[in-house]
Design a protein around this ligand. Structure first.
Ligand SMILES: [Zn+2]
Length: 237
């Protein structure tokens, strides 16, 4: 009898560790990734501390040529620190061009350079090679897919939803519920800026509103309706 109890306790612990103990037992639990594009300075100053306050980590897709150079961009020292704190640095190309248009005009060498040189520069500056390429403007085609995979990276799925400008309470909860309904396995919550003058595209009006958005996801995660992970870990869970 004692043996059986021990077995049951171990099995329960295992279910808990797997994150399968949804309040809707046995139901589909999507993986949610917070992603941040373009390497805006406030990703380091504001976004990362807010995510960490709720126990989350983010995926930061950087434009390699802008890092350390463009005003209002993150620095390599900051990206190394984010990596050390458990966040992920991924590849948003060298200069943020429309890769599909480049490929259509037969500039395949340019496409290759945009995804491979950026990969190498991230690897040498951060100490970890990126796993994913995030397509600028969500623009891709068969040739860009080949270039990304030939560089031993994977393309991020372009089915992402930007949150920021015009955000109202409940928006992200409703969106995730729609994704659960559709059995969408990976939910990419994209964001650029978190303050009106921070330089990001279509930003949240204030960091406080961004924090309320993170809190909404935290409530869903606490109820085990979603699991929040780095984008690169979505496929593992
Ligand atoms: Zn971008």
């Amino acid at each position: 009898m004692m043996h059986n109890l021990k077995f049951l306790a171990a099995a329960a612990a295992l279910v808990f560790a797997c994150g399968c103990a949804s309040e809707r037992s046995g139901q589909f639990v999507p993986k949610v990734a917070f992603t941040f594009d373009d390497g805006v300075a406030e990703h380091y100053d504001t976004v990362a501390p807010i995510l960490e306050k709720y126990g989350f980590r983010g995926t930061f897709n950087v434009i390699v040529d802008s890092v350390d150079r463009k005003k209002g961009s993150v620095t390599w020292a900051q990206l190394r620190d984010l990596d050390r704190r458990g966040h992920a640095i991924e590849n948003h190309t060298l200069t943020h061009p429309n890769l599909a248009k480049m490929a259509e005009s037969n500039d395949l060498a340019g496409v290759e350079r945009e995804v491979t040189l950026s990969r190498d520069i991230i690897a040498s500056n951060v100490g970890r090679a990126p796993t994913f390429v995030c397509y600028p403007f969500g623009a891709w085609n068969a040739a860009t897919e080949c270039a990304v995979r030939d560089s031993w990276q994977k393309p991020m799925c372009p089915c992402r939803r930007n949150f920021g400008e015009g955000y109202a309470p409940g928006d992200v909860t409703r969106y995730i519920e729609e994704c659960i309904e559709k059995k969408q396995g990976i939910v990419d919550l994209m964001c650029h800026g978190v303050s009106a003058n921070g330089g990001g595209w279509k930003p949240f009006a204030t960091p406080e509103i961004f924090e309320s958005y993170v809190k909404e996801v935290k409530e869903l995660a606490d109820r085990k309706l979603v699991k929040v992970v780095l984008y690169r870990d979505c496929e593992i869970y």
